[in-house]
Design a protein around this ligand. Structure first.
Ligand code: CUA
Length: 221
């Protein structure tokens, strides 16, 4: 079932937690799809079955306690089950106390309408804008903040999404499993050029990454 979305609604995941996130997402999609088809079918059936007919008078009903209990209990049970199923994954992905020890830390500063990335390089700090690199199979911690308004740091292929908030440092981590090019997008409406606020992530071998770090220029922020 985890293949359901991959390559169709969303690109295949390229991070260690990606398959787990997709499995949960697909489960929710299947449950909502089944309920959607079921309720729409009943609605259409009732529209036809009980439509106006000559000589027949409409009957009034005043609720049905049994039906109300059933349609409250079933969604409640589904919600509670999904809550328990997602708790472990949520804790791994979003609880800073559960984050793995990072191999590298990347400081991200968002501003209208670009992304700054600051790294600890072999020869001091380096800073790049919009185009940034990461090594494959390494644990990366992002520390995010913003200079002006709230921006959203979203890399769909890696299944990570975290707001960058002025005056706060928010964190998220990822371990990328496939080398390649990935798109970063801003997901918070942050002004006129929000739609242009994109970044390009290159994921490469640790050696190539170190070479890139060496070649990048010194930090400014
Ligand atoms: Cu930054 Cu939208």
């Amino acid at each position: 079932m985890s293949k359901l979305l991959s390559g169709w609604l969303i690109a295949p995941s390229a991070s260690t937690l990606g398959p787990e996130i997709d499995r949960l997402y697909n489960l929710v999609l299947v449950i909502t799809a089944v309920i959607f088809v079921l309720t729409e079918s009943v609605l259409i059936y009732f529209c036809l079955r009980y439509r106006q007919k000559p000589g027949e008078k409409a009957a009034a009903t005043h609720g049905n306690t049994t039906a109300e209990i059933i349609w409250t209990a079933i969604p409640a049970a589904i919600m509670i089950t999904l809550g328990f199923m997602s708790q472990n994954l949520w804790a791994k992905l979003r609880q800073p106390t559960n984050f793995p020890e990072p191999d590298i830390v990347v400081h991200v500063m968002a501003e209208q309408w670009l992304w700054h990335f600051k790294y600890e390089g072999p020869e001091g700090e380096i800073e790049v804008q919009n185009d940034f690199h990461l090594p494959v199979d390494k644990k990366v911690r992002f520390e995010l903040t913003s200079q002006d308004v709230i921006h959203g740091f979203y890399i769909p292929d890696l299944r990570i999404n975290q707001d960058a908030v002025p005056g706060l440092t928010t964190t998220i981590w990822v371990e990328v499993t496939k080398t390649g090019q990935y798109e970063l997008r801003c997901t918070q409406f942050c002004g006129t050029n929000h739609y242009q606020m994109k970044g390009n992530l290159t994921v490469e071998s640790p050696d190539d990454f170190q070479a890139w770090l060496k070649g990048a220029k010194a930090a400014a922020f």
